[in-house]
Design a protein around this ligand. Structure first.
Ligand SMILES: [Zn+2]
Ligand SMILES: [Zn+2]
Length: 148
């Protein structure tokens, strides 16, 4: 079932509204996405292009002869992926949505490039941001509350 959701880049210059099915997200493990996002994998959802409204036109990077990627040239946030020709759908990065919590991955893609050490990290010890006094003090010195 599709729902209307909003998102955008870190600095707020690029904003979008998209009708997406949050149950159909996936992880791309390909090396192109790894370079484009700096992440070990990239979480995407793939709505119809005509169900995505850019309130500000994003910048586009022609990442290969067959595809281009929307991003913000001011803050650098990777926003998605689309084929240059004949695309009916577009990938949007799950992390660029204002509320990514409803998204559920339903498959992995480009598994030949998957980095298995990062596939399941739930067994590792975890620390909250509030447990890092170095960061908390820096935010306080800047007169701000630490972001989540
Ligand atoms: Zn930005
Ligand atoms: Zn990819």
């Amino acid at each position: 079932m599709t729902v209307r959701m909003t998102g955008g880049c870190q600095c707020g210059r690029i904003r979008y509204t998209a009708e997406v099915d949050p149950e159909t997200a996936y992880l791309c493990h390909c090396k192109m996405c790894r370079r484009a996002t700096g992440g070990v994998s990239t979480a995407f959802v793939n709505p119809l292009r005509d169900k995505v409204v850019w309130h500000t036109e994003p910048d586009w990077y022609q990442s290969s002869p067959i595809a281009r990627r929307p991003f913000c040239s001011q803050c650098g946030t990777p926003l998605g992926f689309e084929f240059s020709e004949g695309a009916t759908n577009i990938d949007l990065t799950v992390g660029s949505f204002d509320d990514p919590t409803p998204f559920r991955p339903e498959h992995n893609y480009a598994t030949e490039s998957m980095l298995p050490a990062w596939a399941d990290v739930t067994h590792l010890p975890g620390y909250t941001s509030a447990e890092n006094p170095n960061v908390i003090e820096r935010w306080k010195a800047a007169g701000m509350a630490p972001p989540e």
